[in-house]
Design a protein around this ligand. Structure first.
Ligand code: S3P
Length: 178
């Protein structure tokens, strides 16, 4: 399907799917700027995401995600999104307009293992994180899939391999990058 969209590459997917590390790797290979909405929000507020959730709640954080997306300059770039950013229909629209949307997916087991190693996600700090991941994934998978132009399964991939797979999908090589 041919879609009218901007020049950015937007990475979406659940926590632990490898968006941030693949985004950094892609930016390093392509010399494109990389915008990570979680990082933008932390820089702007001087707070961690956990603090924002605790002090202002999830709805306020979702507002900040929309604002961060709107702040990203038009043009060629890598855009890394937080796992729940796609929940707002408004954000889904903004993402589509920005560029090619790549869905990084991974098996639930891999997501659980990877997120366990970095316990910084307020939504996954539950009594039973596995169950929470399962429930969130079930609700979100159709949203990720509907938004995506392409998908990469990162279950067995390193960040470098994920970046390479994305470059291949986009028809970029180290010689013919954008
Ligand atoms: C969230 C995912 C996180 C971060 C916040 C909420 C979510 O980003 O935006 O903790 O709702 O899934 P990552 O996908 O980078 O973990």
């Amino acid at each position: 399907m041919v879609r009218e969209h901007g020049d950015a590459v937007v990475l979406i997917g659940f926590s632990g799917s490898g968006k941030s590390s693949a985004g950094r790797e892609l930016a390093a290979r392509t010399y494109l700027p990389c915008y990570d909405t979680d990082e933008m929000i932390c820089m702007r507020t001087g707070r961690t995401i956990t603090q924002i959730f605790e002090e202002q709640g999830e709805a306020a954080f979702r507002e900040m995600e929309s604002a961060a997306l709107r702040e990203i300059p038009e043009g060629r770039a890598i855009i890394v999104t937080g796992g729940g950013l796609i929940l707002r229909p408004e954000n889904a629209q903004l993402i589509r307009e920005r560029g090619q949307v790549i869905y990084l997916q991974a098996h639930e087991e891999a997501l659980a293992q990877r997120t366990q190693r970095q316990p910084t996600r307020p939504l996954l700090r539950s009594a039973d994180p596995r169950r929470t991941i399962s429930a969130l994934l079930r609700a979100r998978e159709p949203l990720y899939a509907r938004l995506a132009d392409e998908a990469v399964d990162t279950t067995t991939l390193t960040p470098t391999e994920t970046a390479e797979a994305i470059m291949q999908l986009l028809g970029w090589s180290d010689e013919s990058r954008p």
